[in-house]
Design a protein around this ligand. Structure first.
Ligand code: SAH
Length: 253
């Protein structure tokens, strides 16, 4: 799709509206990654980069009861959703949302004991993201970050078409090499289960798409955007063994 076409972008955001998660991940995988991070200092500073509506931001604030958690995202409506969610959970004293670029996280809020990012680093490129974030890590700090990876050497044409906007996608080892170039080494990692893609992301998105197809009947531009979203879901259902998301926990090398 054409990201410079406002109408297409609008339909794309409508297809993604109301989803608690804007990428693969759920409470279980956030918890699992957090366990791999290990102990954090008292009053730890945590940042969730590309937080979207902030399901993980709120999760982190709840699971780390004395940490200060900041969610940052470029898309202001997502930050508004996060702020509302923080209020609903009574976390205003320790959790905040801010509109900003994850390539330049607010240095005055750091250094960070934990830099978190689910399904978002790809937006600026995995290696660039890690390189931007590492200088803001506190001594002994960790980066926990999920990233799309090839899980097999098979490259069916539909899968290649699905990922054409992210040609730099690599496999797990490729990610570790990029992390090493950014001055980081692996603490632990795991592959997200299929349920983490479907439960809060593709299943509810598919229900939204059904409604939008009726609403945009006869509007070829809008329908083609909806078709692309559906294509992404269909390809994942067929080829979840070919690509997936890997959750990495890194420390300074
Ligand atoms: N972590 C969230 C959202 C993942 S979708 C979740 O798992 O639900 C990717 C997010 O990255 C989107 O919310 C998008 O607005 C955000 N994003 C893309 N480029 C960004 C940038 N340069 N800086 C900050 N956020 C960005």
């Amino acid at each position: 799709m054409d990201w410079n076409d406002e109408r297409q972008v609008d339909v794309f955001f409508k297809a993604h509206a109301g989803l608690r998660r804007q990428g693969p991940g759920n409470a279980e995988t956030t918890q699992r990654a957090l366990e791999r991070v290990g102990a954090l200092p008292k009053g730890a500073r945590v940042i969730d980069l590309g937080c979207g509506p902030g399901a993980s931001t709120v999760d982190l604030a709840q699971r780390l009861p004395d940490a200060r958690v900041l969610g940052i995202d470029l898309h202001a409506p997502f930050v508004e959703e996060l702020t509302e969610s923080i209020r609903q959970h009574g976390l205003e004293a320790r959790a905040h949302g801010t509109v900003g670029d994850m390539a330049a996280p607010p240095a005055d809020a750091g250094p960070f004991d934990l830099m978190w990012s689910e399904g978002a680093a790809y937006a600026i490129g995995f290696e660039r993201a890690l390189s931007c974030w590492r200088p803001l890590l506190a001594p002994g700090g960790r980066i926990a970050c999920s990233e799309a990876v090839w899980l097999s050497d098979e490259r069916p044409p539909e899968v290649v078409a699905n990922w054409e906007e992210y040609p730099e996608m690599t496999d797990r080892l490729g990610c570790l090499e990029r992390a090493a170039r950014a001055g980081l080494r692996l603490v632990s990692d795991f592959t997200l289960p299929e349920s983490a893609w479907l439960e809060h992301y593709y299943d509810p998105m598919e229900r939204t798409l059904e409604g939008l197809r009726t609403r945009y009947a006869g509007d070829d531009v809008a329908l083609s955007v909806l078709e692309e979203c559906q294509f992404e879901i269909d390809v994942y259902r067929r080829y979840s063994d070919v690509y997936g998301y890997q959750f990495f926990v890194f420390e300074t090398a």
